[in-house]
Design a protein around this ligand. Structure first.
Ligand SMILES: [Zn+2]
Length: 290
């Protein structure tokens, strides 16, 4: 009986495959789906296997679903996928694929930890927020951002090598965190680039504009760009917006201008990248600054 061949070295099979004992069975009609060789292999093509990083690769033909940790991974008809690792990702994750022949493929991933810039200060942590009146204004903004981040479009930017939206001094790095008398504050969720007030910036990759608003209490002018496959970018503190919601933009297309709107100290572009709720380091998607 022909059985599918599995490359054990590259495709670790989750469940022990127990071949049934040889018993005489009546010859069945040829089953073409099982008679041919199936290459059950998860291929990793390009990656930054570290906290805040990412991976691109290919799942074998016939994959029905895939997960990384407990997050579902989307993939195209050729099995191409994108996945990424949170700032606080554990040091090992499993990429699993359920194949239609009933096997689970498991690809272990070692995620290198990062040494984050942690500043311990002897000051009590502020309570943040401003009570009910503040929340009445803030809640619809917060919801609009949450919904935009969760929106899925058919944008294809997730396949691209990203480009710098603008170049300038990096005034804030991803992951930086203050600890107030032992109580951690929220960490810096993106990178800050300070090219000067009013400087135009562009789309780092293809996308669909899922949010384009002004006057948000913390963000000021904000654009959220969906890159597809669960990956999206937010740009905040903008002085001007050049695109509107629903617009499809190409990599390198002007999005708006850098500013200091919302809660900002000095003009800068704050750019944050998220994949399905995981916060990523934009620097890991970029070539060295030109
Ligand atoms: Zn920032």
């Amino acid at each position: 009986m022909a059985t599918p061949q599995v490359d054990i070295m590259t495709a670790l099979v989750a469940e022990e495959v127990v071949e049934p004992a040889e018993v005489a069975k009546p010859e069945l009609a040829e089953e073409p789906a099982l008679a041919r060789t199936v290459d059950l292999k998860i291929t990793l093509e390009d990656s930054a296997l570290t906290q805040g990083g990412w991976v691109r690769g290919t799942l074998p033909e016939g994959t029905q679903s895939a997960m990384i940790g407990d997050t579902p991974v989307s993939f195209d008809e050729d099995g191409n996928f994108f996945a990424a690792f949170d700032r606080d990702s554990p040091s090992s994750l499993l990429l699993t694929a359920e194949h239609k022949i009933g096997r689970s493929l498991v690809q272990p991933l070692a995620i290198a930890p990062r040494a984050w810039d942690i500043e311990r200060i002897n000051v009590a942590k502020g309570t943040g927020g401003g009570g009910e009146a503040w929340w009445a204004t803030r809640e619809p903004e917060w919801l609009a951002i949450k919904e935009a981040r969760e929106r899925e479009t058919d944008a294809q930017g997730w396949r691209q090598e990203f480009i710098w939206p603008v170049t300038g001094r990096i005034s804030g790095r991803f992951g930086r965190q203050r600890i107030y008398r032992g109580e951690p504050g929220s960490y810096h969720s993106g990178i800050d680039i300070a090219p000067g007030n009013g400087t135009p910036f562009v789309a780092p990759a293809d996308g669909v504009v899922v949010l384009a608003r002004t006057g948000f209490s913390l963000e000021g002018g904000i654009i959220i760009l969906d890159h597809g496959a669960g990956l999206n970018s937010a740009f905040i503190h903008l002085s001007q917006l050049s695109v509107s919601e629903g617009e499809t933009v190409r990599q390198g297309q002007a999005l708006g201008n850098v500013g200091a709107t919302g809660r900002a100290t000095g003009s800068h572009l704050h750019w944050s990248l998220v994949w399905k709720g995981n916060r990523l380091d934009p620097l890991l998607f970029l070539p060295p600054m030109p």
